[in-house]
Design a protein. Structure first.
Length: 619
């Protein structure tokens, strides 16, 4: 089976940006936003665009009727290994055929069989449902069917790499909608399909039956499918980030699932953008970028608009959620009892063991129907406070050992960065890059580029210092011209409000484009401390100036090394003097606050050393 591509034109990261005009980012939405005098304009890379087109995907074909029904029966009867094995076999069969060579050009390429959207929605939910991922082991050391979740995610990755997001019709499969009513269950058409609300009539690339509508039957289809349990993608994203911070046992499984979803969003955007660019060269359209407006990302954003919420506010709330200490759990569990990751309750397990004997007269059927009871609990349970109105977690009594984290738990004043939060930083940046592209190409007045960048940079600036440093040092997750816009927003907010040289008078052309140049760094940014006297703010300012210098150094030739060295030294001394009187005050405060101050001072000292090393490199 072909491996999932790790990059795409949208996310081919490095010093060379091959996607033209992908991210024009600044405080204004003009024609030159995002360009800087110190950085090469992305418009110069237009000639390389053909090299960044999405890979050729296989054409899609609908599953044969008998095969589709057989897979559906397996899924409905909880024979998940058999269903997933059939799907893997079909995909492997297609992958074993190489694309035709030039000598075989007359032969049609091998098509890939794509399941209908309701099957993909079901399988994608198996890949993350607690029962098939983080379910606690039984007392007798037997394990729940967690391999089914891994096999489901593996299949989705393979399908994406071979068929692509459009041919696989992930947009329709990954639609958030209300669960089907129980009255639709059991109503089958003459061909044996199940009547419901999951239409397959608009499958892209597949030979779908326009008269066929499908919905899965069974308890899992009713209560376990993720796309029925949440209102939108952003509530799912916010909950997964909460797991990253406080429930590592669940984040272990949410992480690969979110990574897959972000890759789908990226590749779907890339493919649609390439199609739009191709159409503009051959035909004229009254509406620009029609394919992009049908992308999965736009659909996820429209889910928020349909709920009559502010799209930018809701998207940014999820994207920057669970970054620091003291945040409240505003997103509820997607599935019931996701917080329970520890061993099962021994007493309950013993009670279950006494029920294993068959006693038909008294209604004891062994362990048959256990799964249905668990999933029915999800549907009947009460919802936690959440933006997801379809999430229905049931609150049960739990022992301390059965909990790896709790949404109501508090964090100390001295924030300690864990591996889960660090794992989310690249994902947040990839999603932000997608949102930046959407703001640029679609030009939606309700989703302006300037507000997007200001909102994101504000959250980065106010995040705990370890998180702030991770955002700045994510060199491979954003191109330079995007980082520069973020750096400028952060620096402008950290510097004092008055008493500084006017950037417009120093370098009007660069400043109007929210860029950086050697003269701006030397006269407007480097020589000054932060506006506040805290060691944390001054450390953040030093870190962002350090990163700005390295971006500038890699993009242009330095003409006044002595002037930059002098500005660097002046700024280092100014920041040290600014926080000099804060030592005793911090020591006399709480232990958490003093720990934050000590960490900030250490980071400021290291950053000052790095700045002086940079000055020596200049010669």
């Amino acid at each position: 089976m072909a491996a999932l591509p790790s990059t795409s034109p949208l996310t081919t990261l490095g010093t060379t940006i091959s996607t033209p005009s992908s991210y024009h980012t600044a405080q204004t939405d003009g024609d030159h936003v995002g360009d800087t005098s110190a950085l090469t304009s992305v418009d110069d890379f237009d000639e390389d665009y053909d090299q960044s087109l999405p890979p050729p995907y296989r054409e899609a074909a609908q599953l044969p009727y008998q095969v589709k029904n057989q897979i559906q029966i397996h899924l409905e009867e909880k024979m998940y290994p058999a269903a997933l094995s059939m799907l893997h076999s079909l995909l492997s069969h297609c992958a074993s055929f190489s694309p035709p060579s030039k000598e075989q050009a007359s032969q049609p390429p091998q098509k890939v069989y794509v399941p209908p959207p309701h099957h993909l929605a079901f399988v994608s939910s198996l890949a993350i449902h607690p029962r098939f991922t983080s379910a606690p082991p039984y007392e007798d050391n037997t394990s729940p069917p967690i391999r089914d979740g891994a096999a489901a995610l593996s299949y989705l990755r393979g399908l994406l790499s071979i068929a692509g997001p459009i041919n696989a019709n992930f947009r329709q499969a990954f639609e958030f909608k209300s669960p089907p009513s129980s009255s639709t269950f059991g109503k089958r058409s003459r061909r044996g399909d199940i009547c419901g609300d999951w239409s397959t009539s608009d499958m892209s690339g597949a030979d779908s039956d326009a008269s066929s509508t499908d919905v899965m039957v069974g308890t899992f289809a009713m209560n376990g499918v993720l796309w029925h349990r949440a209102t939108d993608f952003w509530s799912v994203l916010g909950w997964s980030f909460w797991c990253a911070a406080f429930i590592p046992g669940r984040w272990r499984y949410w992480k690969p699932w979110i990574e897959f979803m972000v890759t789908v969003l990226e590749q779907d955007w890339d493919e649609r953008l390439a199609m739009d660019e191709k159409m503009t060269t051959t035909t004229t359209h009254d509406e620009p970028y029609p394919m992009l407006k049908g992308s999965l990302l736009v659909n996820f954003m429209e889910d928020v608009a349909r709920s009559r919420k502010n799209v930018l506010k809701e998207v940014m709330k999820a994207l920057t959620f669970a970054l620091g200490a003291g945040e409240k759990a505003v997103y509820g569990e997607v599935f019931a009892n996701e917080k329970v990751v520890g061993p099962r309750n021994v007493k309950r397990k013993r009670e279950e063991d006494t029920m294993l004997e068959l006693d038909l007269e008294n209604g004891c059927f062994g362990d048959y129907g256990d799964e249905e009871e668990d999933l029915e609990d999800e549907g009947d349970s009460q919802e936690l406070p959440s933006s997801s109105s379809r999430s229905a977690p049931r609150v049960r009594k739990k022992t301390k050992k059965a909990m790896e984290g709790d949404a109501s738990s508090t964090t100390p004043a001295a924030f300690r960065l864990n591996g889960g939060v660090a794992d989310t930083i690249p994902l947040r940046l990839r999603i932000f890059r997608l949102l930046s592209a959407a703001a640029h190409y679609l030009r939606d007045p309700s989703f302006p580029t300037s507000e997007l960048y200001q909102s994101f940079s504000d959250k980065v600036r106010t995040s705990p210092l370890p998180v702030f440093r991770l955002f700045l040092e994510a060199h491979n997750d954003l191109p330079d011209f995007v980082k520069v816009s973020l750096y400028r927003n952060i620096v402008d907010d950290l510097l004092p409000n008055g008493g500084l040289p006017d950037p417009d008078r120093v370098d009007r052309d660069t400043n109007s484009r929210n860029g950086i140049s050697e003269v701006l760094m030397q006269k407007c940014f480097l020589p000054f401390p932060a506006g506040r006297i805290t060691a944390e703010d001054n450390a953040k300012l030093s870190l962002v100036l350090e990163n700005m210098l390295w971006v500038l150094y890699g993009a242009t030739d330095i003409t006044n090394a002595a002037g930059l060295r002098q500005a660097i030294e002046t700024g280092i001394k100014a920041r040290e003097a600014k926080i000099k009187g804060r030592g005793r005050a911090a020591a006399g405060s709480s232990k958490g606050a003093s720990a934050v101050d000590r960490m900030a001072r250490e980071m400021l000292t290291r950053s000052s050393i790095n700045l002086r090393v940079f000055g020596k490199i200049l010669g």
